[in-house]
Ligand binder design. Structure first.
Ligand SMILES: CC(C)(COP(=O)(O)OP(=O)(O)OC[C@H]1O[C@@H](n2cnc3c(N)ncnc32)[C@H](O)[C@@H]1O)[C@@H](O)C(=O)NCCC(=O)NCCS
Ligand SMILES: Nc1ncnc2c1ncn2[C@@H]1O[C@H](COP(=O)(O)OP(=O)(O)OP(=O)(O)O)[C@@H](O)[C@H]1O
Length: 198
């Protein structure tokens, strides 16, 4: 199975690219979705998070108040790091399992959405290709605001993410998302034709 790590910062266009790759025939794993799965009610990971970040994070139905956790976690580099130390091992185990399942099912190509490539450096040996979506900060902010995110939340998350220089330095291919949706999708098609559809 040809495994593609698809990296990019908040509101860079990653999920749009991943959806297009899925339409073209790739299986898809989203690490943001896995990071939600590890925090389901009663899970060991959620219990650890609540112990470290506060019992008031649990809503009456036992689910996590993600907005409150985001506010606490993105408040400082130290807090984000504490959250990642808890969550990342669980996320990586789930990733491992999903890749094995897809391999067993005979998937030919799998795209893995990786919001934070630097935290997954120890997983890079799983990737045949690192495709990075890079988009100027102003364009990303506009897309984030359109999606209902506040500027404060956008800036807080971006501050804890790998830089564009880091992404460019680790990419085997780059998709520039600075223009229209059409132009983005054309680049995806071109990448697919030259790397997968041969
Ligand atoms: C703090 C949490 C609960 C906030 O949840 P929320 O629903 O608001 O956001 P969601 O999970 O959908 O993430 C949206 C975007 O936030 C950014 N983001 C998420 N975690 C981080 C982080 N640790 N550092 C910087 N940005 C992050 C990414 O751009 C991501 O695409 C959640 O993001 C979380 O559990 N983060 C820690 C796990 C993690 O590091 N995941 C990334 C896997 S590589
Ligand atoms: N070139 C573009 N033209 C117009 N809208 C775009 C373009 N690229 C992305 N968008 C829009 O910007 C928003 C963010 O894109 P997307 O969800 O793909 O980014 P993301 O990197 O997955 O974000 P996050 O990691 O924060 O979830 C979406 O609403 C998407 O439709």
């Amino acid at each position: 199975m040809y495994v593609v790590f698809l990296a990019g910062g908040v509101a860079s266009g990653k999920s749009t690219v991943a959806r297009e790759l899925e339409r073209l025939g790739a299986a898809r794993i989203d690490l943001d979705a896995l990071s939600r799965e590890v925090l389901t009610p009663q899970s060991a990971c959620l219990k650890e998070v609540v112990r470290v970040f506060g019992g008031d994070l649990l809503l009456p139905d036992g689910t996590l108040d993600r907005t409150l956790l985001a506010a606490r976690a993105f408040a400082s580099g130290e807090a984000v790091h504490r959250l990642e130390v808890i969550e990342l091992p669980y996320i990586k185990r789930l990733l491992d399992g999903r890749l094995q399942e897809l391999r067993a099912a005979g998937a030919r190509v799998c795209v893995v959405e990786v919001p934070l490539l630097d935290r997954m450096e120890d997983q890079l040996d799983r990737a045949d290709e690192v495709l990075c979506v890079v988009s100027p900060p102003g364009v990303r902010l506009a897309h984030a605001l359109d999606r209902g995110m506040t500027e404060e939340d956008f800036l807080a998350r971006r501050a804890h993410q790998p830089s564009d220089a880091y992404l460019r330095g680790h990419a085997t291919s780059i998709i520039e998302n600075a223009g229209s949706l059409d132009s983005l999708l054309r680049q995806v098609q071109l990448w697919w034709d030259t790397h997968v559809g041969r």
